[in-house]
Design a protein around this ligand. Structure first.
Ligand code: THU
Length: 130
């Protein structure tokens, strides 16, 4: 796993963040099973609840490009401690697998499994009958 490359892509994605209301820019980079990397940034709206987080923007870009299986995601922001994805993004990441998660700020990277961040998604929420 080339975390350095994925984290760098997330910082690059963050450059495009549209966050005039919170002034809090977030970047995400998703590694697909086929090796492609998809990037996302947060996209805010004057109707605040319509804001899309960086993670879900990356998922949308990937799915629109035909990728549905992911190995990892990196999420970055200029925070005091590494950023932590919201509950909605955890579940959207779980929908497509995404077993490994790196959360980073400028000087620290913390690796988690998605199972750590959203326990029992695969055995509970996503365990649909055939
Ligand atoms: N945000 C993300 O894009 N990802 C996260 O993991 C946490 C929060 C965005 C949403 C909003 O634009 C801003 O950060 C403040 O919450």
């Amino acid at each position: 796993m080339d975390w350095e490359k994925l984290v760098a892509a997330a910082w690059q994605a963050r450059e495009a963040a549209y966050a005039p209301y919170s002034n809090f820019a977030v970047g995400a980079a998703l590694l697909a099973k086929d090796g492609r990397i998809f990037m996302g940034c947060n996209v805010e709206n004057i109707s605040y609840g319509l804001t899309n987080c960086a993670e879900r923007v990356a998922i949308g870009a990937a799915v629109a490009a035909g990728a549905r299986e992911f190995l990892a995601v990196a999420v970055v922001a200029d925070t005091g401690v590494p950023i932590s994805p919201c509950g909605a993004c955890r579940q959207v990441l779980a929908e497509f697998g995404t077993p490994r998660v790196m959360l980073a700020n400028r000087n620290e990277q913390l690796e988690f499994s998605l199972e750590d961040l959203l326990p029992r998604a695969s055995s509970g929420i996503l365990d649909r009958p055939e």
